[in-house]
Design a protein around this ligand. Sequence first.
Ligand code: ASP
Length: 441
Amino acid sequence: MMQVLKFGGTSVGSVENMNHVRTIINDGDKKIVVLSAMSGTTNSLVSIAAKVKNNHTEAAQSEIKSLNEKYVEVVNDLLSERSLNAKVADYVSERFNFLLACTNKSYTLPLENEILAQGELLSTYMFNAYLQQEGINSQLLPALDFMKIDAVKEPDLKYIRERLNGVLENTPEADIYITQGFICLDDHGAVSNLQRGGSDYTATIVGAVIKADEVQIWTDIDGMHNNDPRFVEGTQPISDLSFDEAAELAYFGAKILHPQTVLPVRADGIPVRLKNTMNPSALGTLISSDHVENGIKAIAAKDNITAIKIKSGRMLQAHGFLRKVFEIFEVYETPIDMITTSEVAVSLTIDDDKNLDKIVSELESIAIIEVDKNQSIVCLVGHSIVNHEDTFKLFQILKDVKIRMISYGGSRNNISLLIDAEDKIGTLQKLNEYLFELVTL
Ligand code: ASP
């Protein structure tokens, strides 16, 4: 049984942090290590791709050159062994020449995906060479040899299982396998990715197909916090979460986990542990099949939400009205997040407002529509919170802020409030005050 450990952008973002990662993984156990790109790199690659798209060739080239300089510096700081240094320097210049060549091609989505893939290719190549320099028996496993998504962008688990197990059997002698997070092939065999932040997802997919005994996600924070540490003081790491609770939180913007992360491992009950590379002795958060009913465990918020109120006399005592409403969202492939209804109106929220105008104009043919932009969803998560005796305390928030919508009972583990974005920080702080003195974490 092996463990899968994923290290995020800051963990591989500097020579010093790569040194921490080496100490953490070098404990004598065989493992697969999934790496992100160095912090900031994928953002730069996104911006380079946008410049290529807009034909800002020179600007793209100058951004590539400054990114290249950063890598040259890291390689020199990381690798003192001459032949390894030369080998990695060659690889780095090959990757940057590839990026420069992309600036003379015409933009396509596959080209953008190739550009975005360079960050993980660079970080894993450099880090693998560094481990070898330090005398560790490591082996690079190219993710593009086994990681694949299907036509609906879901991981092709059968293919991944066969290919990855095949690759592992061919290289049984390594102690540590290093692979790229985020990148994969699509169903046509072209380079693609698992969306931003997707390295976590790579780790749990790999964990599921090799039936790992644990997947660890190493970031720069001591696990998942019970509230947003950017806005609230005194937040606490949560020691245990169930898969259900983690899924609710990931979706609602607890940025620490990619939303789909726990899906591949939950069926087999493979636990996911969130740890801090800069503070490895902190317990972190363990996400597993176990659940403790402990009231409200965490609060998270999601911004840039649009609320749509659909009001119609025709809704009264009528059937089929909601179907018509939902069909319009279906046509524009727009997911609905929250929904509340009264006898004459239904309010719902969307996150993706790309087709808002078209949706509104179609809705206007059946109802009166009001749109409120700049809303935030604040979600409270905890196993069976809807039944917990302390949950009523949350309603004290009604005296502090105006609640636009509330969703209670959609799942037993979640209560969501929709508020004006400008009230978000105050709401998070007040809820923290009302709720977390009650819960022993
Ligand atoms: N490097 C990719 C990103 O920044 C994937 C990841 O880090 O998880 O989104």
